[in-house]
Design a protein around this ligand. Sequence first.
Ligand code: BGC
Length: 778
Amino acid sequence: MAHSALPAFDIEHTLAQLTLEEKASLLSGSDFWHIPAIDRDGVHVPSVMLADGPHGVRKQKAAGGEAALSESWPATCFPTAAALGSTWDTDLVTRVGKALGRESRALGLTVLLGPGANIKRDPRCGRNFEYLSEDPVLSGDLAAALINGIQSQGVGASLKHFAANNQESDRMRVSAEVDERTLREIYLASFERAVKGSNPWTIMCSYNKINGTYSSQNRWLLTDVLRDQWGWDGMVVSDWGATRDRVAGVAAGLDLEMPSTGGRTTALVIEAVQNGTLDETLVDIAVRNVLTLVSKSGAAQDAAKDTADAGASTAGAPTTPVDHAAHHLLAREAAAAGAVLLRNEPVGPDAIPLLPLKDRDGVAIIGEFARTPRYQGAGSSQVNPTEITSALDAFADAWGTAIPFAPGFALAEGPQTDATPDATPDALRDEAVAIASAAHTVVVFLGLPAAAESEGYDRDHISLPADQLALLDALAMVNERIVVVLSNGSAVTLSEWQHHAPAVIEAWLSGQAGGGGIVDLLTGVTSPSGRLAETLPVRLEDVPSFGAFPGELGTVRYGEGIFVGYRHYDLRDAPVAYPFGFGLTYTTFTIDDVEAVAKGSGADAQVTVTATVTNTGHRKGAEVVQVYIGDPESVVARPVRELKGFARVALEPGESRAVTLELDSRALAYWHPTLERWTVEGGTFTVEVGTSSRDIAATISIEVEGEDLSSPLSELSTMGELRAHPATGADGERLCAGLDATMLSMVDDFPLVVLSDFGMIPGLGREEIAELIKKSKA
Ligand code: BGC
């Protein structure tokens, strides 16, 4: 790794020197952002700093313990996770991570607080813009990519919010009631994949409870699963203020509590050790993890030292040069890559799609977001950008001329209200309609106002604001050539308005250079290559958690279980507005020569999937090959298909490339609820290769040799279980030979002892049952 450890920082030696009081002090922040220093004879533990994340650095200018979201040092605001998730591009996301790492290091940070790997359970979650996907494989791989980039620069990441923090409502108290299979296969799986793919220096535990126990004091979560089962050895930090019982937290595996509690919880830890309720070895484990983090922070320490030398007035300012212009360009590239072209219908007598825009003449721009971009979400992730490119700026830059523009609607927040202080909604709409009627093509920038979604609260609907919909209705009366560009951090419904817009780009909250990235797509400098990382539902009422979000009376029940996102819609074959994985582009692709080969068995099973992708169109572009696995026959309910691998392939016109994806047994396995481990059940699996969960290019059946899952029979086993058991199947057939189909269906569900007591099966008495049980154990 490209960083130097602190010279001669010996963790074990330091630990051995520390008093109980000093050790306890290291387990809580010294202020809002720092781990405390210890400096005395023979012991030197430098203070290190953590700061938000995840799509830019938010290092506050004011020193110390402020809770407010005060002004922070300028930093590049990259596209939010909603947009990065839609890139499906691990290389690009790693490059963004590297840039984040460089900026963090220049600002003297040891840890950047991100990325978030929570699953988008429900589109109403106010913080979905900070999360990557509804699918754990996509979320986990992209989180790992970002972490690998950040940590390559000698700065640690903090994978958050672990776990089951899938809503903002009541997030500091609510208990997510989730069965273990669902946790393992969906909510923990996203974190597990990220942990194993990147080894983050730190993990941030969430505010909420899981099945009644706060994450911050959940030993099963923080120690059994995270460390013992996943083999992770980093430092767990609490979400800010997530600790309810600090002593229980230390015992559970919560190493560092943030922010400072002014010594209150340090005293509790000391007292618990002294009165014997907390074993000091547990304190040592936590301190060792904190010291290990400190020892990794050499590069950040150097930067911090330079900063201190530079004098108080600039304390905390960047000291290492960062190429902000290059980072702005990278943010622009990522914004374009994360935007999803949802629609591009042919229009007019020539039946030509509206995008890319053919020439600048006759184009009009409407919508306040073109002038005042909404490029990031509110809350702890809010970055002070180094610059902002609006779409209007980028258009003027690309075309060398001002384009007719009308704001069309006003936003409650932002400078635009100053620019149009007296404009009524009607006046704004009339002005926009006038411009639209004179234009050949209209590009309309719509989206969610900042107040609609934020950290800290959830939405109660997923529609665009009424004034924007009214504007679109009015524009459609005068011009049929309408392109809509959306800026929103979480899904909105399109069914009530998209018939007005032959072309739609979902740009998400695309960072400080989003305007440039979007204009690159609109003008055809870049072909869209973003793919949906979440299903866009037809109606809010269709979403799997509709009636169970955000819960009530302190509890939210994840009743939909593993059927989250496309797993739900595909199970029901229910209509969606746009499926998971979907996205159009300006060229065309084929996927051929699809093969899938299984080898090995059980936990050693592997599947190799190959395919050839060809760009058959006339423009450069990228296809995302998606591999879904299904297990149509299983003793547990399984999704029709689950994403298990993907590859983004960028191709010149006419170019082909072979893609190979190697999948391990986890691609086939489910979490067995009673065996409490991953299990591969033998039989036929489907391997689907496609470009969305609803657009499958080829389906291949593979035979996989599974584990022997047959457990011994008991007196309460049913006739069906007896007949399915490899050792007693033939006996079952013999015993049931005289039964018609109706009777057979009925007795299959009866426990053996009941059948025997009822005398329903001739030849099945207590003695025979004992013999059959013995046989099943042999
Ligand atoms: C958020 C975290 C953030 C922390 C520090 C919390 O409220 O949930 O994501 O890293 O504050 O700002």
